[in-house]
Write a protein of this length. Structure first.
Lengths: 622, 360
C-alpha cells in the first residue's frame, strides 16, 4: 500500500510512561529534532515527585508534552493529538486530555494483568480490548517484545534491552512525522562514544522503530509540519533554568565580577546549581551549602567581598533565607535571590508549578524590608531577566528577587540567541581607596541622587569600617537607636527601591489596542497562554489586550495609566490572587482574578472561556 | 592564587597598590572610635584588648583584616575594631565568612561567636565550617550563658542551671564544644581564658598562624548573668589543681608544685603523684598536638572539679593541630584546573550551546 503525507499546521504529542521508561529523554530528543525543522514549539515536562515511584502505578507516570507547529506556538497545548502510552497507567492518567479522534500509540506489553491491576482497572476490564477507546485511532504495538527481538543477539540482558524501548517509539515517530534520524544518531554517538555495545543497540532499535512505521501496512499516513514564520536568525532550543544559568554567567562577565552562587539542592531550582557548577572555567564559584540559610549567608559574605553574589532556591528555601535577605537589605549590598517557584505551602507539590511566592518575595521578611522583584515570562526570557536582575542589584545596591517557576524552569522553546558583544556592559563602581588626606571622612552610608550608597569592599585601603544588621546612623553607618533616624532610614531604603522605577522601561501592551474593554494582565509563566487567547479573541473581533509585568516591584511608572485605559482588568494567576492584591493595594483599582491552583499551567480553553464571558457581559447593553 | 577571573575592576586592592607597604600600627590603632558597651567587668574586655595587641604585634594590615560576628554580647566585637567588620545575624557568621573568604581569599578573616551563637542556633554552620577547613580563625567566647538576652541557660551551661527560663533547673546535657569540633574533623582546636592574658595572647597568635579553620575556645566570665562560671579554672586558689597547660612535646604536668601528671594506663588517663616515688616524668603522657586520637581524649578531660571527686584537670593550650588542604585553596585550584582543561569560558560558545539552526 502506498503511503501518503498529510500537512498539519500544529500537533501536540504527549509521551507518557513509567518514570523509568525514559519519556523525558524521548520527548527532549524529539523536541530538539522538531526545533531543527524550524517549527515553533513549546514543551511541558510533568514528572512525579518520587524519583522511582512504584512501577506501573498511576503515581509513577512521567510525561512530556510537546506542542509544535508551522505557526507561532505559545503554550504546550491543552489537549494532545497523539498520546504515547507505554503502559496502562500512562493511558489512564492521560485519557481525559486526548483530543476527539486523537491517536493513541499503546505499548501492548505494558497492559498485562499486573499493569492493569496496578493502574487500578477493575478486574476483567482491559481498555485496549473493550470499547472504551472508541472514537480514537488506536495503534497497538508490542514495543517491548519488538525491542527484545531486535536485541536478542546484542549480548545485553533483558533489563538492558528493555531500556531501549523508548528508542523504538522515537524511531516510529520520526517516521510518522517525516523526519530523519540524524540528530538523534548524533546525540547517541556522543553520549555512548565509550560504550559501543550500548550505542549499537540504541541505533538498532531506533532504526527498527522507523522501519516498523515504513513497512507495517496499518500505517498509511505520514504527517509533516512545516517551519513556522520566525524572525530571521540563528536559533537554539532552550530551557528556563538553562537560560537563567547562562544569563547569570553573562552578567558576571559583563560586570567584570566573579560570580558566586550559594545554594542548597531543591526542586525545581537544583538545575541552576548544576548548570553553574559546570561553568567553573568562567570563574564561577558554586558553593553547595549545608542549608539555605548558609547558602544565602555565604552569598552575603561574597557580596561584601565584592563578588556578584547569587543565591538560588525554591519556596521553602526562600522562607529559610528570609532573615539573611533582610540583613543584605539593611546592609544595602547587591545580591540576586533566585526563586524557582513550586506548589506550596510547606513541601507542597515539589514537582508542580505555581506562582504563589509573589507575596513572600514582597513581604516575607521581618521589619520594613522592600525589595525589587522581577520575573521572566518564558524559558528564553530567563536569560534577559537574569542579566537585568544583576544590573539592578549592582547599580542600586539592594538585593533583588527573581521569580521563575517550575513550568518556565523545565519548559523549552526555540530561542534566537543574542551575540555576547551586543549585550551591554554592567557598570560597577567600587568606592576608591583613600590615603587619609581627603577633606571629608569616608561615609559608608552616604547616598547619591538615586539614594544608592557606595560599595566599599574589604581589602580597600583606607576604607576600614563596620557594618551590620543593627539600625545605622545615616551617612556614618554607626549603630544608632535614635527614633527619628530609624524612621528616616526606613523611608530612604524604601525610596531607594521606589526610585528604581526611573531606571526600568515603561509597561508595554504586548498585543491589542492601547485602550478598550478588557486588559488581561499577567506576570511570569502565564505569558504564553494569555498571548494565545488574546490573539484568538482579537481575531474574533473582541476589544481585548494583553500586558505582562516583568517588574513586579517597583511597578513601571505608567502601569496605572495602562490599567485605567480599559474598562476591565483580568488577572490570571497560578495562585489565589497575589498580583491582584498588589494591584488593588497600590492603585485601588478593581480587578477580576482568574485563579488556577492545581499545580499545572492555565489552559487555553479555560482562560479563553473566562475572558470571553467577561467580554460578552460587557457587550450586553444595559 | 588565581583570584583574578573574571578580572575584578577594583583597582584598589591592597596588593595592587604601588609599594603596598603599611605603617606599623599600635594596639590602640586597632580600636575603633565607638564606645565599648559591654558591662563593666565583662570578660570580653580582656579578649578585645589581647586581640588588638596581637594584631599590632603581628603587624596586621587593618584594611585587609575582617571580623565577622553573629549576634550576642560577644558578637558586638567587630564594632570595636578599627578593621573591616560585619555584625551579621544570629549563628550565621561562619557562613558569611565562608562566602567572604571565597570572594577574596587574601583577606585575614576572623569569626567571633558565642556559645549560643556558635553552638546553638549556629551549630550546623560551625560543624560544616570546621570540616571544610577554610583558612579562617574562630574565636568562641564561651560564658555558658546567653548574655545579650539577659541570662537564659545556653547549650554549654551545666545541667540543673537555674536561670529565668529554667527556674527549676535546666534539664539538657551540655555540649562539649571542642569534642564536637573534633567530631567535625576540625584541623585545629585550642582553649584559653579571659583571665590569663599572656596565655590568651599566645593562643591568639598560634591560632592565627594555623593554616585552616582554627577554633579557639575562650572561657569568658559574664559577671552579670553567670559570674564565676569558670573561676575554678581561672582563679589562683584553685587553678593549679584544676588546669593543665599543654605544650607540644612536653609531659602533661600540673599541680601547685608541678607535682602531678597524667599517665596513660592503657587507654585510661589517670592522675599520678610525682612526689610519691612510683612515677617520674618519664612515665607521663607526652603532648603531641598532631595526634588526633589523643586530641580526642584531651577534649574529654571535661570534668567539673567542683562536683567530681577524681576529676581530670581541664586542658588549656593547643589540643590538636593538623595540616589539611583548605577549601578556599581547593576551590581556586579547581577554577584554574577547569580553565586549563576546557579553556577560558567563551560567552558566545556557551550561549549557542551544541545544536543551532538558521531561519532565513
Ligand atoms: C534569630 C534570632 N533569634 C534570637 C535572637 C536573640 N538572641 C540574641 S543573642 C542570643 C544569645 C546569645 O548568646 P551567646 O551567643 O552565648 O552570646 P553572649 O551574649 O553570651 O555573648 C539570642 C538568643 C536573635 N537575635 N536572633
Ligand atoms: S551581659 Fe555578661 S557577657 Fe554580656 S556584656 Fe554583660 S557581662 Fe558581658
Ligand atoms: Mg554566651
Amino acid at each position: 500500500m502506498s503511503k501518503t503525507t498529510q500537512i498539519k499546521e500544529e500537533v501536540t504529542i504527549k509521551f507518557a510512561g513509567d518514570s523509568g521508561d525514559g519519556m523525558q529523554l524521548t520527548g527532549t530528543l524529539f523536541t530538539n529534532d522538531t526545533a531543527l525543522t524550524g517549527s515553533d514549539l513549546a514543551t511541558f515536562p510533568d514528572f512525579p515527585a518520587e524519583i522511582r515511584a512504584p512501577q506501573g502505578t498511576l503515581a509513577g507516570v512521567s510525561g512530556f508534552q510537546l506542542h509544535f507547529g508551522s505557526k507561532k506556538i505559545f503554550t504546550p497545548g491543552d489537549e494532545f493529538d497523539v498520546l504515547v502510552a507505554m503502559n496502562a497507567a500512562a493511558l489512564k492518567a492521560n485519557l481525559g486530555r486526548i483530543k476527539k479522534n486523537g491517536t493513541i500509540i499503546a505499548n501492548t506489553d505494558g497492559f498485562d494483568k499486573k499493569n492493569l491491576r496496578l493502574s487500578k482497572y477493575p478486574d476483567g476490564e482491559h481498555p485496549l480490548e473493550n470499547d472504551s477507546l472508541d472514537g480514537y485511532e488506536v495503534y497497538q504495538m508490542p514495543i517491548t517484545k519488538m525491542t527484545r527481538e531486535c536485541l536478542k543477539d546484542s549480548g545485553l540482558g533483558t533489563k538492558e534491552q528493555d531500556r531501549g524501548k523508548n528508542m523504538f517509539v522515537l524511531g516510529f515517530l520520526y517516521w510518522r512525522y517525516n523526519r530523519s534520524l540524524d540528530s538523534t544518531i548524533q546525540y547517541l554517538e556522543g553520549k555512548f562514544s565509550k560504550k559501543p555495545k550500548i550505542l549499537e543497540a540504541n541505533l538498532k532499535v531506533l532504526k527498527a522503530g522507523y522501519h516498523y512505521g515504513e513497512t507495517t501496512e496499518t500505517f498509511t499516513t505520514k504527517y509533516k509540519v512545516k517551519a513556522a514564520p520566525m524572525e530571521k536568525g540563528t536559533y537554539r532550543s532552550i530551557m528556563g533554568n538553562q537560560a537563567l544559568v547562562m544569563g547569570l554567567v553573562t552578567a558576571s562577565k559583563k560586570a567584570g565580577l566573579p560570580l558566586f552562587y550559594g545554594s542548597y539542592p531543591i526542586t525545581p531550582a537544583s538545575d541552576v546549581l548544576h548548570g553553574l557548577a559546570a561553568y567553573k572555567n568562567f570563574g564561577v564559584k558554586t558553593f553547595q551549602a549545608e542549608d539555605e540559610i548558609a547558602a544565602v549567608a555565604a552569598a552575603v559574605g561574597a557580596s561584601y567581598g565584592g563578588n556578584l553574589a547569587i543565591t538560588g532556591t525554591s519556596g521553602p528555601g526562600l522562607a529559610l533565607k528570609g532573615e539573611a535577605i533582610g540583613l543584605a537589605m539593611i546592609l544595602e549590598i547587591p545580591m540576586v535571590i533566585v526563586n524557582v517557584q513550586r506548589g506550596g505551602p510547606s513541601t507542597g507539590l515539589p514537582t508542580k508549578t505555581e506562582q504563589s511566592d509573589l507575596l513572600q518575595a514582597m513581604y516575607g521578611r521581618n521589619g520594613e524590608s522592600p525589595l525589587p522583584i522581577i520575573a521572566p515570562n518564558s524559558p528564553a526570557d530567563c536569560f534577559e531577566v537574569a542579566i537585568e536582575a544583576c544590573r539592578l542589584t549592582l547599580q542600586h545596591m539592594t538585593p533583588v528577587v527573581l521569580l521563575s517557576d517550575g513550568y518556565i524552569a523545565n519548559g523549552a522553546e526555540p530561542w534566537k540567541f543574542p551575540k555576547a558583544a551586543d549585550i551591554p556592559e554592567i557598570e560597577v563602581n567600587f568606592v576608591p581607596a583613600r590615603d587619609g588626606n581627603e577633606a571629608e571622612p569616608f561615609l559608608p552610608y552616604k547616598r547619591d541622587e538615586r539614594h544608592v550608597r557606595g560599595w566599599a569592599i574589604p581589602g580597600t585601603k583606607g576604607l576600614a569600617h563596620r557594618i551590620g544588621g543593627l539600625e545605622k546612623e545615616a551617612n556614618t553607618g554607626n549603630v544608632s537607636y535614635d527614633p527619628a533616624n530609624h524612621e528616616y532610614m526606613t523611608k530612604i531604603r524604601q525610596a531607594k527601591v521606589d526610585a528604581i522605577a526611573d531606571y526600568i522601561p515603561a509597561q508595554e501592551i504586548s498585543i491589542g489596542p492601547d485602550e478598550g474593554e478588557v486588559l488581561v494582565l499577567g506576570w511570569g509563566s502565564t505569558y504564553g497562554v494569555i498571548q494565545a487567547i488574546t490573539h484568538e479573541l482579537l481575531a474574533e473581533g473582541h476589544s481585548v489586550a494583553h500586558a505582562h509585568i516583568r517588574y513586579l516591584n517597583p511597578f513601571p511608572k505608567n502601569l496605572e495609566a495602562v490599567l485605567i485605559s480599559y474598562n476591565k482588568v483580568i488577572i490570571p494567576e497560578i495562585n489565589n490572587g497575589q498580583l491582584c492584591k498588589l494591584i488593588r493595594d497600590k492603585y485601588m483599582i478593581e480587578v477580576i482574578p482568574y485563579n488556577k491552583i492545581q499545580g499545572v499551567p492555565i489552559s487555553n480553553a479555560e482562560l479563553k472561556h473566562f475572558v470571553k464571558g467577561i467580554l460578552e457581559q460587557a457587550a450586553v447593553p444595559v | 592564587m588565581d583570584n583574578s577571573e573574571p578580572a575584578t575592576r577594583n583597582p584598589y586592592f591592597m596588593s595592587q597598590l604601588p609599594g603596598g607597604g603599611t605603617v606599623k600600627l599600635k594596639a590602640k590603632d586597632f580600636a575603633s572610635d565607638q564606645d565599648v558597651r559591654w558591662c563593666p567587668g565583662c570578660g570580653d574586655y580582656s579578649i578585645l584588648k589581647q586581640v588588638q595587641s596581637v594584631l599590632a604585634e603581628l603587624e596586621a594590615d587593618k584594611d585587609n583584616t575582617v571580623f565577622i560576628s553573629g549576634i550576642g554580647c560577644s558578637s558586638r566585637f567587630p564594632y570595636y575594631m578599627n578593621t573591616y567588620g560585619m555584625h551579621s545575624i544570629h549563628g550565621r557568621a561562619p557562613a558569611v565568612a565562608t562566602g567572604l573568604k571565597l570572594a577574596n581569599p587574601e583577606l585575614d578573616v576572623w569569626i567571633i561567636t558565642g556559645d549560643g551563637d556558635g553552638f546553638s542556633i549556629g551549630g550546623n554552620h560551625m560543624i560544616h565550617a570546621l570540616r571544610r577547613n577554610l583558612d579562617v580563625n574562630i574565636l568562641l567566647f564561651n560564658n555558658q550563658i546567653y548574655g545579650l538576652t539577659k541570662g537564659q541557660y545556653s547549650p554549654t551551661s551545666e545541667v540543673n542551671k537555674k536561670t529565668k527560663s529554667t527556674p527549676f533547673g535546666s534539664l539538657d546535657h551540655p555540649i562539649n564544644p571542642l569534642a564536637l569540633a573534633m567530631g567535625a574533623d576540625a584541623t585545629y582546636i585550642a582553649r584559653s581564658m579571659d583571665r590569663d592574658p599572656k596565655h590568651l595572647k599566645q593562643m591568639l597568635k598560634r591560632s592565627h598562624a594555623h593554616k585552616g579553620t582554627a577554633l579557639l575556645e575562650i572561657y569568658q566570665n559574664c559577671n552579670i548573668f553567670n559570674d564565676g562560671a569558670f573561676f575554678t579554672f581561672t582563679e589562683k586558689a584553685s587553678k593549679p589543681e584544676t588546669t593543665l597547660y599543654l605544650e607540644h612535646g612536653q609531659p602533661l604536668i600540673f599541680g601547685p608544685e608541678k607535682n602531678k601528671g597524667i599517665r596513660l594506663d592503657g587507654f585510661k588517663p589517670t592522675v599520678v603523684d610525682l612526689t610519691e616515688g612510683t612515677y617520674t616524668q618519664d612515665d607521663l603522657w607526652i603532648h603531641d598536638e598532631h595526634d588526633q586520637m589523643k586530641g580526642q581524649m584531651l577534649t574529654r578531660f571535661f570534668d567539673d572539679p567542683r562536683t567530681t571527686e577524681d576529676y581530670l584537670p581541664r586542658p588549656f593550650g593547643v589540643i590538636y593541630a593538623e595540616e589539611r588542604p583548605c577549601y578556599d585553596d581547593l576551590l581556586f585550584k579547581q577554577l584554574k584546573a577547569a580553565k586549563e582543561q576546557v579553556g577560558e569560558g567563551d560567552l558566545d560558545a556557551m550561549i549557542a550551546g551544541g545544536t543551532t539552526w538558521e531561519i532565513n
